[in-house]
Design a protein around this ligand. Structure first.
Ligand SMILES: [Zn+2]
Length: 622
């Protein structure tokens, strides 16, 4: 039936417009005759007719309707040619008419084409568009905003020639063709683009600008202005955004966290402009695309989406977009909020976008990490003082030699291996992804009585495994002496340690003194530790993570202890558990965070937005 209806209306409407009416116009001046078979005219007619047929087919196949206003499609047709312009069918008719005018060298037909186009324009603007808006609502609005009425937007234009060819050959459109994004993807992309284009570096940027822009996104989506705050210490140009999605539930809120400051980026170091959002060959480029404006944009998009869907969480959701994580800002936003507005961000636990990335290895989506713990950062200074003297009269007691000997002993020392709930779980899951000896050793260290030989092999196999197993301390800076012809009066070295959570830093300090084994070498603290207890792998977070991961990606969930540190440590130290659960896959062999040409995969971004949306729903609807 639909086929017959489609053919009937095709003959009736475009048929009249392109055959019947032109025939009457031409025959008014006698019998129409082919004046000359102009190739351009023929091509225009053929192209126009092909476009028409393609549209009618899409209307029937996708929209389950016909081109007639009395029998319209039941679904919004945004596929095929409708991805490039909103009215390809009329474009087809006008092309046919212009071709006919050329073929018959008829100025009357040319005039008729112009009148037809004007009338159609009025019809489209006055009737069709309001009707579609009323019929399809927001999805149509999104479509109208992203696709032109008559003229394809820039990206589509470039491929116009190719499209014409494909149409004639009726070939399927290749996958890399610009696709029409879903309304949710489009919103997530728009927010991301806006955020990347705002410079938030410590030197020349401002997180206040970014926080205000994101605040507007939320109030536009329906958040009451009173629940969206842009705050920070007076006189700072780097404010934070804190917003609350209210519920009627009594459980403690969940805090969603991302920082919006970024590491410096010099234009001359990059092959593209770091502060201009760019989509190229399947990647989004720009400073912060990976660290971690992707996460910030996804959180804003998620809350806007949930709000517009009328979602009711069973507990409050708090969004905090903070400054100062990268150290370039005048203060740290998370620390400041904890000290000054703890009530605003106090939560049962935190989902942090800045850690726990799902991992791609060799082009394959390998695993979903959850950062539940991080090592604790502490820095010491080893120092030797000496009376010194003339370098022509050396003595046995030399500050540089003493320090060098002390560092030699330190380099040979290894802190004892120690596993905790999280590293045991990581090795157990990693082991399942490995083969051979590595798999056996990982399973062995994950067991209740870790095998010392396995520990030794794993430590030797990779600095990453070694750092998971023990506290590490390493010399990072060296200084000494004051003149080339003088005995050194002092020598010092910086030793940076990453302690397993729960290790007291004075214990590490006394271990260093013992290993150095020289009372003239003093060991003092340069940067004190901020304790960061591991966050327990509780079902209220791990179950939803497992569920959503299985549903969307079907890959293993691996709890991890990060060897670096994030803002999460301040929250952990304040007694709020933090789980790093980013949604965006990163290729572990192509990590460009803090580096040049920072980027993430386009599809990875959209998938990440969907993941976080589903995760946020899962943790607030149990
Ligand atoms: Zn970061």
């Amino acid at each position: 039936m639909l086929v017959l209806r489609s053919i009937f209306f095709a003959l009736l409407l475009p048929g009249s417009a392109t055959v019947l009416i032109p025939y009457f116009i031409l025959s008014r001046r006698g019998v129409p005759h082919w004046d000359a078979i102009g190739l351009p005219g023929l091509v225009a007619v053929a192209l126009g007719a092909t476009i028409l047929i393609r549209c009618i087919v899409d209307f029937a196949r996708v929209g389950r309707g016909t081109l007639a206003p009395v029998d319209p499609p039941r679904a919004l047709v945004i596929r095929g040619l409708y991805r490039y312009v909103r009215n390809p069918m009329y474009v087809g008719v006008v092309l046919v008419l212009l071709g006919e005018a050329a073929l018959f060298r008829s100025t009357d037909l040319l005039l008729y084409s112009a009148v037809f186009f004007l009338v159609v324009n009025l019809f489209v603007i006055l009737y069709e568009e309001p009707a579609l808006r009323a019929r399809f609502g927001e999805p149509y609005e999104q479509y109208r905003r992203s696709v032109g009425r008559w003229i394809p937007r820039r990206n589509a234009m470039k491929r116009a020639g190719l499209i014409a060819l494909l149409l004639i050959l009726d070939a399927p459109l290749p996958a890399q063709m610009p696709r029409t994004l879903s309304a949710n993807d489009q919103r997530a992309r728009d927010i991301f683009e806006q955020l990347i284009n705002i410079n938030t570096t410590g030197s020349s940027g401002s997180t206040t600008v970014a926080a205000n822009a994101m605040a507007k996104r939320l109030t536009d989506a329906g958040f009451p202005a009173a629940d969206v705050q842009v705050i920070g210490p007076a006189a700072s140009k780097n404010y934070n955004l804190v917003a609350r999605f209210r519920s009627t539930g009594m459980q403690k809120p969940i805090l969603l966290l991302a920082h919006i400051d970024v590491v410096e980026a010099k234009k001359e170091d990059w092959s593209v402009d770091p502060f201009t959002f760019l989509e190229r060959e399947g990647f989004f480029y720009g400073r912060g695309t990976m660290d971690v404006k992707d996460g910030a944009a996804i959180l804003v998009a998620t809350l806007a989406r949930l709000k517009q869907e009328g979602y009711r969480p069973n507990r409050d959701l708090i969004l905090a977009l903070t400054t100062g994580e990268e150290g370039g800002s005048d203060y740290n936003g998370v620390q400041w909020l904890l000290a000054n507005h703890r009530d605003l961000i106090d939560a049962a636990f935190v989902i942090n976008m800045d850690a726990g990335d799902p991992v791609i290895l060799n082009g394959k989506r390998l695993m979903r990490s959850v950062q539940a713990s991080e090592k604790v950062y502490v820095t010491f200074k080893l120092e030797v003082h000496n009376p010194g003297g003339h370098s022509s009269l050396p003595t046995n007691d030399n500050a540089i030699y003493r320090l060098a000997a002390a560092l030699g002993r330190l380099s040979a020392y290894e802190f004892p291996a120690q596993l905790n709930e999280i590293t045991r779980a990581s090795f157990a899951r990693w082991g399942q992804l490995q083969q051979g000896q590595l798999a056996t050793d990982m399973a062995a260290v994950a067991g209740p009585t870790p095998d010392t030989a396995a520990i030794r092999r794993l430590s030797a196999a990779s600095p990453l495994y070694n750092a998971q197993l023990r506290t590490t301390c390493v010399a990072t800076e060296l200084a000494g002496g004051h003149a080339e012809n003088a005995l050194p009066q002092s020598a010092s070295a910086t030793v940076n340690c990453r302690m397993l959570p729960g290790t007291p830093s004075d214990e590490v300090q006394s271990t260093l003194s013992r290993v150095v084994n020289d009372t003239t070498v003093t060991v003092s603290v340069v940067t004190a530790a901020v304790p960061s207890p591991p966050s327990p792998l509780k079902p209220e977070i791990m179950d939803p993570v497992e569920r959503v991961t299985k549903r969307l990606w079907n890959i293993p969930v691996v709890p991890v202890m990060e060897t670096g540190a994030t803002d999460g440590l301040y929250l952990r130290n304040a007694g709020i558990p933090v789980y790093g659960v980013s949604g965006v896959f990163v290729d572990i062999n192509d990590i460009r965070a803090h580096g040049r040409d920072e980027r993430i995969g386009v599809q990875d971004y959209y998938d990440g937005a969907e993941y976080i949306y589903q995760l946020v729903k899962a943790v607030t609807s149990r």
